[in-house]
Design a protein around this ligand. Structure first.
Ligand SMILES: Cc1cc2nc3c(=O)[nH]c(=O)nc-3n(C[C@H](O)[C@H](O)[C@H](O)COP(=O)(O)O)c2cc1C
Length: 187
């Protein structure tokens, strides 16, 4: 089973990228998390789309998602919502709109996130729900993982050092993989 993991930060020391790497470490043997990046996706511009179509990096990422069994999004929080760079990437991935059912429709999606604040991305994860509804994905709500105080949980190399969060992350990844492997019954 193949899960595409995307962290919504460009920062080299990103806690969300570090959390995604830790999720990969905790992935059960019956699945593989392939880490993708939003780097290289330009700002959405309708004129560029009309003249040149979808940028190569966005087109490539779309096909990787379309070929995967699930999508794990690891979201930062900016101003109590989704960072613009992450939203922008998703916006390109939803073009042309006619491709949304093929790329996102019914696709199992997991959502976790980390921030230095105490609430640990509660509000940005909530903001993602509107997008999930629009794209018709199959979100997993079996567990919630809001990683607050992120600056205290990773070492200088970006390794998750907190055992309690690692245990919860392991349970999350296992639960999500199990969900993604189940037939949704939609035929
Ligand atoms: C413009 C901006 C707004 C932010 N707003 C929030 C916020 O609303 N809530 C929060 O928990 N952290 C907020 N932060 C702090 C981010 O959570 C922090 O920079 C975090 O490290 C970003 O994720 P990353 O480490 O994956 O890059 C904000 C940071 C920036 C740059």
């Amino acid at each position: 089973m193949k899960i595409i993991g995307i962290a919504g930060s460009l920062r080299s020391g990103s806690y969300n990228s570090a959390l995604l790497r830790a999720a990969l470490e905790e992935c059960p043997p019956n699945a593989a998390i392939e880490i993708e990046s939003i780097r290289g996706i330009p700002l959405y511009d309708g004129d560029v789309e009309a003249a040149q179509g979808i940028p190569a990096r966005a087109a490539e990422l779309k096909e990787r998602i379309a070929a995967a069994d699930g999508l794990l999004l690891v979201t930062p929080e900016y101003n109590n919502s989704i960072p613009g760079v992450f939203k922008n990437a998703i916006d390109w991935l939803t073009r042309p709109a006619a491709d949304i059912p093929r790329v996102f429709g019914g696709r199992p999606v997991g959502l976790i996130g980390a921030s230095p604040g105490a609430a640990g991305t509660v509000l940005s994860q909530t903001a993602w729900l509107q997008i999930f509804r629009t794209l018709g994905v199959r979100p997993w709500f079996g567990q919630l993982l809001y990683v607050g105080r992120a600056h205290t949980l990773f070492d200088a190399a970006g390794k998750l050092t907190d055992d309690a969060i690692r245990t919860r992350l392991r349970a999350y990844v296992r639960g999500f993989v199990e969900f993604a492997g189940k037939d949704d019954g939609a035929g």
